[in-house]
Design a protein around this ligand. Structure first.
Ligand SMILES: *Cc1c(COP(=O)(O)O)cnc(C)c1O
Length: 492
């Protein structure tokens, strides 16, 4: 049973004035005050409503609490279990319940919020087999970074998702960094990048001191706008500063519209890197997200749809590129017994232990996708009558995993801004997040050139109104219901 620590803060006596009581309620942010006698025995509880009724009965703020009627408070004994306590609160329609001993002395205040466990945005969800693979690594002492799980994870990833070649790496960011190296992106080279993304898309561009040019999203998929991309290429043609590569980020489980994007990039002869960190298992026109460009990067970070605790994968149809990625990822060691090096390398490989976790996670990927899509469907159905909530669209060419359920909030229609709703949910123990802050709005990329979708910037609008809701595949029905109820309560 969780206990409210500073419960003595809300003690008040009959000598206090109504004004003091209001101030105490305000200052402590507690929903109730406890009226106690000289021996700290509980006489009754006082709410905001009780005080207002006193004022309506012609009393003034300067009057004392002496006139408050006697009322036996609802309390519980210290040995009461959580379920019973919660049931008592439900029955009385209250959120706080004093715990009182047999002498009438207050021991604690239970708060409903302490009972409801926190609901997080996206948490790791292990299957049955991960530990088996990790145990095998221990049993055979394959603790040294590379080993059979790494090879198997790469092969199984390719087989299951429809890729030709893959290299398992320490993170999605490492995969993106190697992708740039594979395409020989260097200092002062230009890279066109999705602006609406997580900073990890951008950081490797900055590691190489290349120059990002930022491309807006389109409203239909929230991902890279082919229109803005085309305009960026036209401008580059005019200035003679063509990009060395185009980085396309796919967000929240949904691919970008790859046909027009590939058509444009092919026409200009510029290779595409797909940041598919958030689209493991996603399809574009029936083909796997990440199978369209020269190279793709996936992430198995702890919050992603499947996780190795931390890890990534680089894929390509070109076996030479993937072989070179493995070479760069293992300190670019030349094939000589005496440690020969001709270029800069990295320590970017995935360990054999974590690859074991990845193998187990691959086996439940389809279930995880089904669960995430089901979470989205429940929100959509449960909030169907509420004005002002617009879900991230899923175009007919898309099969989104709905890694995160995301929406925009029309403040006018809903009654409050996304940010305010997020705070309200936070107060109820529910984690929600704004959508990614676009890179062209980040101090880190100040001065970077930016091409909006049209006359207005789509990603600015998404950032101003977007919200990600708890979406984990391990959420219970009751938890999703709780989020839906709390959102319904806020709607106007
Ligand atoms: C998570 C993520 C990354 C980075 O992946 P890590 O494995 O955490 O390095 C890159 N891009 C996007 C869009 C992501 O969401």
């Amino acid at each position: 049973m969780t206990i409210h620590k500073d419960f003595k803060e809300v003690f008040i006596t009959r000598e206090a004035r109504i004004r003091d009581a209001f101030e105490l309620l305000d200052r402590t942010g507690a929903g109730i005050l406890l009226l106690v006698d000289n021996e700290q025995r509980l006489e009754r509880t006082i709410t905001d409503g009780d005080l207002r009724r006193e004022l309506l009965a012609e009393r003034t703020l300067e009057d004392t609490l002496d006139t408050l009627p006697q009322r036996t408070p609802l309390t519980i004994a210290p040995e009461t279990g959580s379920t019973e306590a919660l049931a008592a609160m439900d029955e009385a329609g209250i959120n706080q319940l004093p715990v009182v001993d047999d002498r009438g002395q207050v021991l604690a205040i239970l708060d409903r919020r302490d009972f409801d466990s926190r609901i997080l945005l996206s948490t790791p969800h292990m299957g049955d087999d991960e530990f088996q693979f990790v145990r095998e690594a221990f049993r055979t002492n394959w603790i040294a970074p590379l080993g059979p799980n790494v090879d198997a994870f790469e092969n199984e990833f390719c087989d299951q998702l429809g890729h030709r070649h893959a290299a398992a790496l320490s993170s999605g960011t490492a995969a993106l960094h190697l992708a740039l190296r594979l395409l020989d992106v260097r200092q002062d080279d230009i890279v066109f990048c999705s602006s609406f993304t997580f900073v990890a898309t951008m950081n490797p561009v900055l590691y190489e001191k290349a120059i990002p040019v930022l491309i807006d999203s389109e409203p239909g998929s929230w991902n890279m706008s082919p229109l803005a991309l085309e305009r960026a290429f036209e401008a580059a043609t005019r200035s003679g500063k063509m990009p060395k590569a185009v980085m396309v980020a796919h967000l929240y489980g949904q691919s970008s519209d790859m046909d027009p994007i590939m058509e444009i990039c092919d026409a200009y002869g510029v290779p595409v890197i797909e940041d598919a960190a958030e689209t493991v298992g996603t399809l574009y026109k029936g083909k796997p997200s990440g199978s369209f460009g020269r190279v793709a990067a996936y992430s198995f970070n702890g919050n992603k749809i499947i996780t190795t605790s931390g890890g990534g994968m680089l894929t390509s149809d070109d076996p030479d590129l993937v072989a070179r990625a493995r070479h760069l990822a293992t300190q670019a060691r030349e094939p000589a017994p005496h440690y020969e090096h001709t270029e800069i390398g990295y320590n970017y490989r995935m360990s054999n232990i974590l690859a074991g976790v990845g193998r187990g996670q691959l086996r439940v990927l389809d279930e995880r996708i089904a669960s995430r899509r089901a979470v989205f469907a429940r929100y959509r159905d449960g909030l169907a009558g509420i004005d002002g909530i617009h879900w991230m669209p899923e175009p007919d060419w898309s099969f989104s995993t709905r890694w995160l359920t995301t929406c925009t909030i029309d403040a006018q229609a809903f009654g409050m801004e996304a940010r305010v709703l997020s705070e309200k949910l936070q107060n109820q123990g529910i984690e929600s997040r704004p959508v990614w802050k676009p890179m062209h709005l980040q101090p880190l990329l100040e001065g970077a050139e930016y091409f909006p979708h049209g006359n207005t910037s789509v990603s600015d609008e998404l950032f101003a109104t977007g919200l990600c809701l708890p979406s984990g595949s391990n959420l219970t029905d009751r938890e999703i219901e709780r989020v839906i109820e709390r959102i319904r309560e806020q709607a106007s």
